[in-house]
Ligand binder design. Sequence first.
Ligand SMILES: [Zn+2]
Ligand SMILES: [Zn+2]
Length: 258
Amino acid sequence: MPPHDENEDPLTLGPSMNDWTMIKSAQSSAAAMEVPTKYCKTCNIWRPPRGHHCRICDNCIETQDHHCVWLNNCVGRRNYRYFFTFVTASTLLGLYLLGSSLAQIIVYMDQQNISFGEAIDHFRVPFAMVIYGVLATPYPAALMGYHLFLMGRGETTREYLNSHKFLKKDRHRPFTQGNLIKNWFVVLCRPRPPTYLNFKRKYEDGDQRLGEKKGKRTAPLKKEFQGTGGPAMEMQNVPAAERGFQGPSTLRAMTPRP
Ligand SMILES: [Zn+2]
Ligand SMILES: [Zn+2]
């Protein structure tokens, strides 16, 4: 943004804080869509599309789903699949607890040929677990169902709730892949990008800030970096251009040659 002019009227509105980013659509009905891109005054960055600032985390979060008060953390691009795994595992665990506790009472009841009440009297803790299972399972189960629904639509919780501000005909889903199964795959199986946190921290071996390490290293490390875990980036010498800096290739192509 251009710097502020000192002589300018102090009541003048600031520069635009809103821009538009073109998104290539996966659906054939729309080739591309524009989504707003905002400037974050706290983080001093232009947020990537689907990014939002979280007041509690005091950070911009890429593809922010929501700030989870139970985890005390944002759920966003890099941890959404773990959040979903957590919710799914909790649901399964709840169902398992319910089923196995109930089975224990019923099997005992059958074996001893006694009433359900008498079986409960013998197995009080499993019965307490049945009650606990009935009360505690619906919450993660509902969350799991909700997120299966959201993932299938290609939306985040935030985008879905926000879309309700608009009339039905004005709601758009620029990030959907067109069908439910594809949307699930895209959310749960896409590559996990490197973190932006502590970007300048010293490099450690296996560090994935600057890209994931996949398989064997193709280029051997330079001698001075061997055994040290390597430099922050595998930098290579770039041969100097013949006539110094020549500007971007598009500009170069446009300049008439003598
Ligand atoms: Zn921010
Ligand atoms: Zn947060």
